[in-house]
Design a protein around this ligand. Sequence first.
Ligand code: NAD
Length: 290
Amino acid sequence: MQIGFIGLGNMGAPMAANLAKAGHQVLGFDTAGVAVDGVTQAGTATEAVASADAVITMLPNGAILRAVADQIIPAMAKGAVLIDCSTVDVDSARAVAEQASGAGPLFVDAPVSGGVGGAAGGTLTFMAGGSDDAFAKAAPLFDIMGQKAVHCGEAGAGQAAKICNNMILGVTMIATCEAFALADKLGLDRQKMFDVVSTSSGYSWTMNAYCPAPGVGPQSPADNDYTPGFAAELMLKDLRLSQQAASSADADTPMGQAATALYEQFVENEDGLGRDFSAMLPRFEKRGRS
Ligand code: NAD
């Protein structure tokens, strides 16, 4: 397949490299002029997509996606598929889907879970929204870049699934961290806390797989001085998207709202910027009740 790849950052570069390694012709474009093994650099976004059967975008946010879509959709062949793997707001995903349906290309919103490690290892999970035809056309590429792809529904459903998942993640990380800080103050050993909770009804991915307490549970960013992993500011971005979606859908999400406010405080007014999102634990450790 001829593939256009727009946005060769921390995630996009390894994803594009995996497609090239699998034998596809990949023409990449990034405004920062990034070079990626096996990927030919295009001079413009439109050049990258003009003769592509599939185009993948991996961009920072919805505004940038919309601007790039304005450029590339008119240049794409009818029947080609545009796969947006960025995490963006549901409204932007639906707007780009609408624009594509008027112009010719198929569209799938397909945000990912699995982070930079998953992108490099080809083990991402894709949550996709779009027509059956669009999903079928994108599926062989999901197989190369990931280990699982779930077709969640019509356009926007992939972003909806991603935002809901990450709202649970943010809320759960905070709950896990505040429980560890409370356990400390109650004199409970952290290893004992892990041994109990990880096999009791309080278990979660944040406790069992990504434990925020250093030296406890499997290796995690906590064991590396909270070097991200998944940065607190990216968690904040996703929580804000959840709250934007909740407002636009008139959904009551008090825990999501509280988690958004806490990560906002942590990133913007405290020392959260550039630290892993599990560094909420040392934040709680330092604080008292008031
Ligand atoms: P990144 O900032 O490393 O990469 C984004 C790239 O897009 C940059 O290289 C930038 O130069 C390029 N870019 C910006 N504007 C452009 C334009 N107009 N045309 C072409 N290129 C442009 O970000 P990332 O970590 O690779 O994340 C990309 C997306 O994936 C984001 O939406 C993020 O939320 C999502 N995501 C990231 C992770 C993660 O762990 N990093 C995990 C899951 C999802």
